[in-house]
Design a protein around this ligand. Structure first.
Ligand code: FE2
Ligand code: FE2
Length: 393
């Protein structure tokens, strides 16, 4: 907000709420929160707005037709007024939220790739999985992990699909072959986003894209938006390759850890999303290195290599921040004296006012993601700064 009290994000929130209408299906629920007098919510609401700007590029249809028909909400969601409002704010939001995180690529790409592979193969065990193995209420911690990871994964690879359109030679075709795998070779049941939905369902969670938007915290949104900033700006094409380089390599390891964890502690859960990645991302890593990174650097030289490194480093930092944050929130919840684990019902049914740990908190209960409710909301003051709760009165 500026000095005269005009808040462009509050104006945007009004445009988005109007386009959503009453009781929208998740697919057309493009609302954001309003920070109002709580200045600690500013960064969170900006991340929500940027997510809405990026989501506007997607086609998402509801599972069941809306009561009044599909065309009305579809046209409002993708209507000119809504898209203009989002498009006007997007460059400023990107400059403020993403650009400061984007490193300059330094070093030589061949050496960088070798070091990266060695580091990931020799990495310490997954911290969150280690925490879960010792934790009570594993189901609730895991539900929150699934929810906070879902902004991107419920439309997995749709962001990177935007980097494959156009015409740029053999590397493009290699990336397209990876994309085909991500989309299950055209078989819905094998599409990675559909496998992720199956895991969410097996934990009793609503699996509709965007159903959980009120519960995404600022760190989850920051990761989603960093990925989309890369792929929704074609000037980042070499950084996009850097994203894939890091993500495909890191994912073979992290998904293997999750697969083993689920087999041991949740044997009835649907773990195919993780077993599939632990296998196929070995191939994707080689494809990115041999068929995209190497030929692009041979063709365009060290400046392309530097950009690839910059994209990989941005990706590494964004995943690390989101992962560390998730673990910190789980730890804080487990340690909170008034914590009551467990949530149920429709995630959009009860939208209490959002709060951060720096918000003025009275004793009113605060719900935190898919973990549960703090019966005394003042406990939320000890949570990590990017955590988001909602007053659960
Ligand atoms: Fe995938
Ligand atoms: Fe992959």
């Amino acid at each position: 907000m500026n000095a005269i009290g005009h808040d462009p994000l509050a104006d945007l929130a009004a445009v988005l709420a109007k386009a959503a209408g009453l009781a929208p299906s998740a697919a057309f629920d493009g609302r954001i929160d309003v920070a109002g007098d709580d200045s600690s919510l500013g960064a969170f609401v900006k991340q929500q707005a940027l997510m809405r700007a990026y989501q506007a590029r997607y086609v998402v249809l509801p599972e069941d037709p809306p009561a009044g028909g599909v065309l009305g909400p579809l046209r409002r969601y993708h209507g000119e007024a809504r898209l203009r409002a989002l498009g006007d704010l997007r460059p400023g939001l990107e400059a403020e939220l993403i650009a400061p995180l984007a490193p300059v690529g330094e070093g030589e790409i061949g050496a960088y790739v070798e070091t990266m592979l060695a580091e990931i193969r020799g990495a310490a065990p997954n911290g969150f999985i280690g925490f879960l193995a010792e934790a009570d209420h594993r189901d609730d911690h895991y539900r929150n992990f699934l929810v906070q990871s879902s902004p991107d994964l419920l439309a997995e690879a749709s962001a990177s699909a935007l980097g494959v359109i156009g015409e740029y030679g053999e590397p493009q075709s290699a990336l397209f072959r990876i994309l085909i795998d991500e989309f299950g070779y055209g078989v819905p049941a094998k599409k990675h986003s559909v496998l992720y939905r199956a895991t969410m369902r097996s934990f009793g969670l609503d699996d509709a894209y965007n159903a959980w938007w009120p519960w995404f915290d600022a760190a989850a949104l920051a990761l989603h938006n960093a990925i989309h900033w890369l792929f929704q700006n074609p000037r980042n094409v070499f950084r996009q390759v850097g994203f894939l380089l890091h993500a495909e390599t890191a994912y073979q390891r992290s998904t293997l850890a999750h697969h083993r964890y689920l087999r041991q502690f949740h044997p009835d859960a649907d773990a195919r999303y993780f077993s599939e990645h632990a296998h196929i991302d070995l191939h994707h890593t080689r494809m990115v290195i041999d068929e995209a990174v190497t030929p692009l650097v041979a063709r365009f030289g060290a400046e392309a290599g530097g950009e690839i490194i910059a994209g990989a480093e941005l990706t590494k930092a964004a995943f690390a921040r989101a992962g560390d944050h998730l673990l910190d929130v789980s730890r804080a919840f487990a340690a909170a004296p008034s914590a009551a684990f467990g949530v149920e019902g429709d995630p959009r049914a009860r939208l209490g006012r959002p709060v951060t740990p720096a918000s003025p908190l009275d004793g009113a209960p605060v719900r935190v993601g898919a973990l549960g409710v703090l019966r005394d909301g003042r406990d939320f003051a000890g949570f990590p700064p990017d955590a988001i709760g909602r007053v659960w009165a």
